[in-house]
Ligand binder design. Structure first.
Ligand SMILES: NC(=O)CC[C@H](N)C(=O)O
Length: 377
């Protein structure tokens, strides 16, 4: 079935749907990971976006129950060069097409993904639309232009959990009690703010022996403190950090009282809570091989990333907040730490789902920080 992809600047591509009829409008972004499409699709940070994969053959190993990063599919459409209809893998339970259909997400193949990606890379992030229902390019471009876009919108409220949950056997366990632990991290109690959390962040903390409790993004500081946690984790999440309501004031009440570790949107929310601002990158960083230099150790880490916004370090006081990680492709901020309070964060994804494991040490640093805080109180 024919599908037309139109961008707000009038650029048009024609491909075929491999999931049946549909139409989706959103921000069009590209991901350069060679594998990990299931983790990309289930990453809530892609809410409101249409995702193009640069790797040309997608679907080869199907979909399995273990690699879910949340319970849903979040991009509004998935665009690939060639869809592989015959998946082969011992863990595969479903084809990619069946998975997308079950979640009502449009899949399109058979167009020049390289040309589309080069266009976005040159011109910058754009609104786009993909449709099998309307094939008139002029009308589609108009619809893309009329979509309000991500800037200033609170997308977190669309994906954050509505009630708290713990974690056991690789699954959420509804309820307000911290998970039990079998690991070695002294049963440290960690409250995880769910801005659109990827399960691997929970898995890693639980596997390291922390007792985890995931809470809605709207949970207030007094409720958090009453849970008597050893530390607070701030997850990744979708959209513009500046559009997220309520979280900055909650974080301001928590900073300095407990160790805090933030990833991606969590890092951006910390930047705002410190008094800084964020800006939109030209086309964002999405993929599994982004080079980041750790300025504290001098080492370069190859990292997994998925973000379109960035903390503007020039808006923060260097006597208060120190830049700790920098992206070697464009010198943008990839990590920071507070000089007086036990708080640090990275823009990239140390939980590596999908991607390299170079940055796992950050979870150990968080555990050390919580242990130190426990000893000092
Ligand atoms: N993965 C994330 O947390 C992304 C953060 C934010 N939505 C951005 O695009 O920059």
């Amino acid at each position: 079935m024919k599908a037309v992809i139109a961008l707000e600047d009038g650029t048009v591509f024609t491909g075929q749907s491999f999931t049946g009829r549909g139409e989706a409008v959103g921000e069009i972004v590209f991901n350069t990971s060679m594998s990990g499409y299931q983790e990309v699709l289930t990453d809530p940070s892609y809410t409101g976006q249409l995702v193009v994969m640069t790797y040309p053959l997608i679907g080869t190993y199907g979909i399995n129950p273990e690699d879910m990063e949340s319970a849903a599919v979040h991009p509004k459409a998935f665009l690939v060069k060639e869809y592989q209809r015959l998946p082969s893998n011992f863990r595969s339970r479903q084809s990619l097409a069946e998975f997308l259909q079950a979640h009502g997400v449009l899949g399109v193949e058979g167009f020049d993904t390289r040309a589309l990606v080069r266009h976005i890379r040159t011109k910058g992030a754009m609104k786009g639309i993909v449709s099998t229902e309307e094939l008139d390019a002029v009308k589609l471009v108009e619809k893309a232009k009329n979509w309000p876009g991500l800037i200033g919108q609170d997308m977190v409220r669309l994906v954050s959990c509505s009630t708290p949950y713990g974690w056991a056997d690789n699954h959420p366990v509804p309820g307000s009690s911290f998970s039990t632990t079998a690991g070695s991290a002294d049963g440290l109690k960690v409250v995880l703010f769910d801005f659109g959390i990827k399960y691997n962040q929970i898995r890693i903390l639980a596997d390291k022996g922390c007792r985890v409790l995931v809470v809605p993004a709207t949970t207030d500081a007094a409720t958090i403190m009453a849970m008597e946690p050893d530390g607070i984790f701030l997850s990744n999440g979708p959209g513009d950090p500046a559009g997220v309501e309520g979280v900055v004031s909650t974080l301001r009440q928590l900073l300095g009282r407990l160790p805090i570790f933030g990833i991606c949107l969590g890092h951006q929310m910390l930047g705002l809570a410190y008094g800084g601002s964020t800006y939109k990158l030209k086309f964002g960083h999405r993929g599994g091989n982004q080079p980041v230099k750790n300025l504290l150790s001098g080492r370069v880490e190859i990292t997994s990333q998925n973000h379109g916004f960035c903390v503007d370090m020039s808006t923060l006081d260097p006597d208060e907040v120190e830049l700790t990680h920098v992206n070697l492709n464009d010198n943008s901020c990839e990590g920071m730490r507070h000089k007086r309070w036990p708080a640090f964060s990275v823009q990239y994804h140390p939980e590596h789902a999908p991607g390299p494991h170079d940055s796992l040490y950050l979870f150990d640093r968080f555990i050390d920080m919580m242990q130190e805080h426990r000893r000092s109180t």
